[in-house]
Design a protein around this ligand. Structure first.
Ligand SMILES: [Zn+2]
Length: 174
Protein backbone atom coordinates (compact mmCIF):
# COMPACT_ATOMS: atom_id res chain seq x y z
CA UNK A 1 0.00 0.00 0.00
CA UNK A 2 1.33 3.43 -0.89
CA UNK A 3 0.41 6.66 0.74
CA UNK A 4 0.03 9.60 -1.61
CA UNK A 5 0.75 12.95 -0.04
CA UNK A 6 -0.28 14.59 -3.31
CA UNK A 7 -3.72 12.97 -3.14
CA UNK A 8 -4.09 13.98 0.51
CA UNK A 9 -3.20 17.58 -0.26
CA UNK A 10 -5.66 17.60 -3.13
CA UNK A 11 -8.39 16.19 -0.88
CA UNK A 12 -7.72 18.82 1.79
CA UNK A 13 -7.67 21.61 -0.77
CA UNK A 14 -10.80 20.43 -2.58
CA UNK A 15 -13.60 22.96 -2.29
CA UNK A 16 -16.33 21.95 0.14
CA UNK A 17 -18.85 24.21 -1.50
CA UNK A 18 -22.22 22.87 -2.56
CA UNK A 19 -21.66 24.10 -6.09
CA UNK A 20 -18.41 24.80 -7.85
CA UNK A 21 -17.51 25.90 -11.34
CA UNK A 22 -14.00 25.87 -12.80
CA UNK A 23 -12.80 29.42 -13.38
CA UNK A 24 -12.34 28.89 -17.12
CA UNK A 25 -15.87 27.50 -17.57
CA UNK A 26 -17.27 30.41 -15.53
CA UNK A 27 -15.36 33.12 -17.41
CA UNK A 28 -16.19 31.73 -20.85
CA UNK A 29 -19.82 31.10 -19.90
CA UNK A 30 -20.35 34.61 -18.55
CA UNK A 31 -18.64 36.18 -21.57
CA UNK A 32 -21.05 34.30 -23.82
CA UNK A 33 -24.05 35.28 -21.64
CA UNK A 34 -22.96 38.93 -21.82
CA UNK A 35 -22.55 38.70 -25.59
CA UNK A 36 -26.01 37.16 -26.07
CA UNK A 37 -27.53 39.88 -23.84
CA UNK A 38 -26.07 42.54 -26.17
CA UNK A 39 -25.64 44.89 -23.22
CA UNK A 40 -29.32 45.72 -22.97
CA UNK A 41 -31.45 42.63 -22.35
CA UNK A 42 -31.43 39.55 -20.12
CA UNK A 43 -29.91 36.24 -21.16
CA UNK A 44 -29.12 33.04 -19.36
CA UNK A 45 -28.15 29.40 -19.31
CA UNK A 46 -28.55 26.10 -17.55
CA UNK A 47 -25.39 25.00 -15.76
CA UNK A 48 -24.80 21.31 -16.45
CA UNK A 49 -22.43 19.11 -14.53
CA UNK A 50 -21.88 16.24 -12.16
CA UNK A 51 -23.25 15.76 -8.67
CA UNK A 52 -22.78 13.19 -5.95
CA UNK A 53 -26.01 14.31 -4.35
CA UNK A 54 -24.23 16.67 -1.96
CA UNK A 55 -21.86 18.63 -4.13
CA UNK A 56 -22.13 19.64 -7.76
CA UNK A 57 -19.41 20.62 -10.18
CA UNK A 58 -20.35 22.55 -13.30
CA UNK A 59 -18.92 21.20 -16.56
CA UNK A 60 -20.58 23.47 -19.12
CA UNK A 61 -23.17 26.14 -19.78
CA UNK A 62 -26.19 25.40 -22.00
CA UNK A 63 -27.66 28.69 -23.22
CA UNK A 64 -31.42 29.27 -23.05
CA UNK A 65 -31.70 30.65 -26.55
CA UNK A 66 -30.12 27.51 -28.03
CA UNK A 67 -33.21 25.60 -26.81
CA UNK A 68 -35.80 28.33 -27.28
CA UNK A 69 -34.58 30.87 -29.87
CA UNK A 70 -37.33 33.38 -28.97
CA UNK A 71 -36.78 33.35 -25.20
CA UNK A 72 -34.75 36.60 -25.08
CA UNK A 73 -36.93 38.63 -27.43
CA UNK A 74 -39.02 40.43 -24.80
CA UNK A 75 -36.02 41.73 -22.85
CA UNK A 76 -36.54 39.39 -19.89
CA UNK A 77 -36.05 35.63 -20.13
CA UNK A 78 -39.31 33.87 -20.99
CA UNK A 79 -38.43 30.23 -21.55
CA UNK A 80 -40.95 28.11 -23.44
CA UNK A 81 -41.60 24.69 -21.89
CA UNK A 82 -40.96 23.10 -25.29
CA UNK A 83 -37.30 24.00 -24.79
CA UNK A 84 -36.97 21.35 -22.07
CA UNK A 85 -37.19 18.53 -24.66
CA UNK A 86 -33.84 19.34 -26.30
CA UNK A 87 -32.37 20.15 -22.86
CA UNK A 88 -33.16 16.65 -21.51
CA UNK A 89 -31.88 15.22 -24.79
CA UNK A 90 -28.54 16.99 -24.25
CA UNK A 91 -28.39 15.70 -20.67
CA UNK A 92 -28.97 12.13 -21.87
CA UNK A 93 -26.30 12.46 -24.56
CA UNK A 94 -23.66 13.96 -22.28
CA UNK A 95 -24.49 12.16 -19.02
CA UNK A 96 -24.66 15.57 -17.31
CA UNK A 97 -27.48 16.92 -15.18
CA UNK A 98 -28.84 20.39 -14.60
CA UNK A 99 -27.29 21.70 -11.39
CA UNK A 100 -28.27 25.34 -11.63
CA UNK A 101 -29.62 28.06 -13.86
CA UNK A 102 -28.24 31.52 -14.33
CA UNK A 103 -29.73 34.64 -15.82
CA UNK A 104 -28.85 38.30 -15.90
CA UNK A 105 -30.58 41.42 -14.69
CA UNK A 106 -29.83 44.97 -15.77
CA UNK A 107 -28.17 47.60 -13.63
CA UNK A 108 -25.07 47.59 -11.45
CA UNK A 109 -24.94 46.54 -7.79
CA UNK A 110 -26.41 43.43 -6.25
CA UNK A 111 -28.67 41.25 -8.38
CA UNK A 112 -31.59 39.71 -6.54
CA UNK A 113 -34.48 37.46 -7.53
CA UNK A 114 -37.54 39.24 -8.81
CA UNK A 115 -41.00 38.12 -7.62
CA UNK A 116 -41.35 36.52 -11.07
CA UNK A 117 -38.10 34.57 -10.55
CA UNK A 118 -39.27 33.41 -7.11
CA UNK A 119 -42.62 32.20 -8.38
CA UNK A 120 -41.24 30.45 -11.45
CA UNK A 121 -38.24 28.21 -10.68
CA UNK A 122 -36.68 27.00 -13.94
CA UNK A 123 -36.27 23.56 -12.37
CA UNK A 124 -38.71 23.07 -9.48
CA UNK A 125 -36.61 20.47 -7.73
CA UNK A 126 -35.28 20.86 -4.17
CA UNK A 127 -31.54 21.53 -4.24
CA UNK A 128 -31.67 23.29 -7.59
CA UNK A 129 -29.71 26.55 -7.58
CA UNK A 130 -30.67 29.81 -9.30
CA UNK A 131 -27.99 32.43 -9.93
CA UNK A 132 -28.73 36.04 -10.86
CA UNK A 133 -25.91 38.14 -12.35
CA UNK A 134 -26.12 41.96 -12.42
CA UNK A 135 -25.38 44.43 -15.20
CA UNK A 136 -26.23 41.97 -18.00
CA UNK A 137 -23.00 40.12 -16.98
CA UNK A 138 -20.83 43.02 -18.11
CA UNK A 139 -18.29 44.11 -15.51
CA UNK A 140 -19.79 42.80 -12.26
CA UNK A 141 -18.40 41.66 -8.91
CA UNK A 142 -18.83 38.10 -7.61
CA UNK A 143 -20.26 39.38 -4.34
CA UNK A 144 -23.11 40.99 -6.26
CA UNK A 145 -24.25 37.68 -7.76
CA UNK A 146 -27.54 36.43 -6.30
CA UNK A 147 -27.43 32.78 -5.25
CA UNK A 148 -30.65 30.98 -4.31
CA UNK A 149 -31.28 27.34 -3.43
CA UNK A 150 -34.72 25.96 -4.14
CA UNK A 151 -36.24 24.20 -1.14
CA UNK A 152 -39.50 23.12 -2.75
CA UNK A 153 -43.04 24.45 -2.25
CA UNK A 154 -42.04 27.85 -3.64
CA UNK A 155 -39.51 28.44 -0.89
CA UNK A 156 -35.90 29.49 -1.47
CA UNK A 157 -32.81 29.84 0.69
CA UNK A 158 -30.84 32.96 -0.07
CA UNK A 159 -27.07 32.37 -0.15
CA UNK A 160 -26.26 35.76 -1.67
CA UNK A 161 -23.60 38.07 -0.26
CA UNK A 162 -22.38 36.58 3.05
CA UNK A 163 -23.29 33.00 2.23
CA UNK A 164 -22.06 33.04 -1.35
CA UNK A 165 -18.42 32.31 -0.55
CA UNK A 166 -19.37 29.22 1.43
CA UNK A 167 -21.91 27.89 -1.04
CA UNK A 168 -20.60 28.62 -4.50
CA UNK A 169 -17.02 28.52 -5.68
CA UNK A 170 -15.67 29.67 -9.03
CA UNK A 171 -12.08 30.56 -8.24
CA UNK A 172 -13.04 34.11 -9.25
CA UNK A 173 -12.96 36.55 -6.38
CA UNK A 174 -13.17 39.90 -8.11
ZN1 LIG B 1 -34.84 37.59 -13.02
Amino acid sequence: MTFSIQATIRALAAPRHRLSCPRKVWRQGLAEIASRGEGHHESGAFLLGYSDGLRGRVARFAYYDDFDPACLDSGIVVFDGAGFGPLWQLCRETGLRVLADLHTHGGPGSARQSPLDRDNPMIAQPGHVALVVPNFAIDFRMRDVGVYEYLGSHRWRNHSAVGLGRFFYTGVWA
